[in-house]
Design a protein around this ligand. Structure first.
Ligand code: NAP
Ligand code: ZN
Ligand code: ZN
Length: 349
């Protein structure tokens, strides 16, 4: 077994505190990474607080991981010692079902093994995430970090990046389209950068007036204060695609009415309360309401390579792990520009 230490919670809504635990030994196709950076995703907060009612404790969150290979198993061909490797939300899947065969392991029919809060497939117990000093992962679920990337600002691409890249590729966001991004947080700010790079006209919907100038700096052509009904109505029936990244309950009907004929409203945010939908808003313009989960390993690699080529990275605030509880509080207040990233060198040796 490999000794690990990090920060975890012992019970729902607990404070993150120092926690020591063990990981499986590296098997022939596994790599051991020393973790350098890990982003703080709002999904970490939902799960620490058991908002989705599927949390197991103790829990070590973290699924936006960038690490360096410390050791490789005997049959590893994809990585060598010293390589920079990313790990996102998944560490394994069945690889035999229809979804896995299509390279969409996030939709594995047998359930992907998530990086934390899943059952560990080899030794049982929970999988533990990236708020820690190391991780063992099958080589197929490690991502190559292209040379020259800013490692801390690349960590958020492993979840926030791919979760916004994948639906925009699936629904073919591109030139000539009007695209909305609802919520300017970790996911939202990546969506703005990516949509802009795909050539779309980008409109940000925010509840935070103080984010307007940042939204423009990040690439938005226009910013709408979503609490202002007049500003919203000015965009009625005009969007090809809207991505909803909001983490808290809100009224989606106000956005459905902004879609043009055949427009797509895609939800990636995961508030606990179910949305209520006015059917006529979908029927009247043949609008689609859909959802999307992260992205497969192949597409995640494609996204990283794309970001390296186009100089896209997250806007981050690097924090030591001792400040993780404070970072959670600030994220809950939408006070983050635009992703917290934990520097794991702050863990006591
Ligand atoms: P985040 O950084 O906290 O951003 C969420 C944003 O939502 C906030 O910055 C805020 O933007 C807006 N918001 C917050 N409370 C609101 C409210 N009451 N009404 C309206 N808007 C509000 O969170 P994140 O890490 O980007 O994650 C966003 C959501 O996506 C979470 O629910 C997370 O679990 C989910 N997620 C899903 C997937 C997936 O695979 N589908 C992957 C990762 C994350 P403004 O200040 O601009 O209004
Ligand atoms: Zn995430
Ligand atoms: Zn599968």
């Amino acid at each position: 077994m490999i000794k690990s230490k990090g920060y975890g919670v012992q019970k729902a809504k607990g404070e993150l505190q120092p926690f020591e635990f063990e990981r499986r030994d590296i098997g022939p196709t596994d790599v051991l990474l020393d973790i350098l950076y890990c982003g703080i995703c709002h999904s970490d907060i939902h799960q620490v607080n058991n908002e989705w009612k599927e949390s197991a404790y103790p829990m070590v969150p973290g699924h936006e991981i960038v690490g360096r290979v410390a050791r490789v198993g005997a049959d590893v061909t994809k990585f060598k010692q010293g390589d920079n490797v990313g790990v996102g939300c998944m560490v394994y899947s069945c690889r035999e079902c229809e979804s896995c065969k299509d390279g969409e392991e996030q939709y594995c029919k047998n359930g992907p093994v998530y990086t934390y809060n899943s059952e560990e497939p080899v030794i049982g117990g929970n999988t533990y995430g990236g708020y820690s000093n190391n991780i063992v992962v099958n080589q197929d679920f490690g991502l190559k970090i292209p040379d020259g990337m800013d490692l801390a600002a690349t960590a958020p691409l492993l979840c926030a990046g791919i979760t916004t890249y994948s639906p925009m590729r699936h629904w073919k966001v591109g030139k000539g389209q009007k695209v909305g991004v609802v919520g300017l947080g970790g996911l939202g700010h990546m969506a703005v950068k990516l949509a802009k790079s795909f050539g779309a006209r980008v409109v940000v919907f925010t509840t935070s007036p103080e984010k307007v100038s940042d939204a423009k700096r990040l690439g938005a052509d226009e910013v709408v204060l979503s609490k202002n009904a007049k500003e919203m109505e000015a965009h009625a029936d005009s969007f090809d695609f809207i991505l909803d990244t909001v983490s808290a309950p809100h009224d989606v009907n106000r956005y459905l009415s902004l879609l043009n004929r055949n427009g797509n409203f895609v939800i990636v945010g995961l508030p606990i309360k179910p949305h209520e939908v006015v059917p006529n808003l979908l029927i009247s313009e043949r609008r689609t309401l859909a959802g999307s989960e992260i992205g497969g390993i192949k597409e995640t690699q494609e996204m990283l390579d794309y970001c390296a080529k186009h100089g896209i990275k997250a806007d981050i605030e690097v924090v030591p792990i001792q400040k993780v509880n404070e970072a959670y509080e600030r994220t809950l207040k939408s006070d983050v520009k635009y992703r917290f990233v934990i520097d794991l060198s702050s863990l006591p040796k």
